[in-house]
Design a protein around this ligand. Sequence first.
Ligand SMILES: Nc1nc2c(ncn2[C@@H]2O[C@H](COP(=O)(O)OP(=O)(O)OP(=O)(O)O)[C@@H](O)[C@H]2O)c(=O)[nH]1
Length: 193
Amino acid sequence: VLLQTILVGDSGVGKTSLLVQFDQGKFIPGSFSATVGIGFTVGTVPISFLFQIWDTAGQERFRSVTHAYYRDAHALLLLYDITSKSSFDNIRAWLTEIHEYAQSDVVIMLLGNKADMSSERAIRRDEGERLAREYSVPFMETSAKTGVNVELAFTAVAKELKHRAVQHPNEPKFQIHEYIEAQKEKSGCCSYF
Ligand SMILES: Nc1nc2c(ncn2[C@@H]2O[C@H](COP(=O)(O)OP(=O)(O)OP(=O)(O)O)[C@@H](O)[C@H]2O)c(=O)[nH]1
């Protein structure tokens, strides 16, 4: 099964960095040149599902190019930057676009990236949580720099997709929210913030 996950969000929120951190376990500082068209990388996740990951360009002028890719996506990681109010405000616009172009059963997760930059924080954690609750999507803060919650974000999405794919009628439904909360407690993630 090939699972396509797309990272979506404004330019500079850290989509490419998050992908590199997940795929290679490292942070390469400095700016990547803005992704032109569609960046592409393949990574494996612990549950050995092949993930096909699209890293979409956040820049307005590339949007028409990316619409076509929403249709085939199984999951969307929607990113904002916790130091950028505009990237947070634009999440609603991204969600509108997602609802317009993506499959109705697409798995969506909201991520507040750059959680390591606490001194420049512009969006409180509970603001992210509230927005996520409003749209009934799971949420966590991540850092492509320190790696906090990066593995968890991708793993939770992969598990959700796997359970959907192999769901037996009598099996209890996978609860992505509960899974994330349990993992967060285990890793003590939240003391980072
Ligand atoms: N401190 C910190 N910096 C980050 C983090 N993630 C990304 N950055 C930095 O933010 C800048 C933008 O990151 P990119 O990964 O290029 O962002 P992008 O969303 O892929 O941007 P586009 O390709 O333009 O859409 C770079 O300078 C990164 O080094 C993070 O978690 N913490």
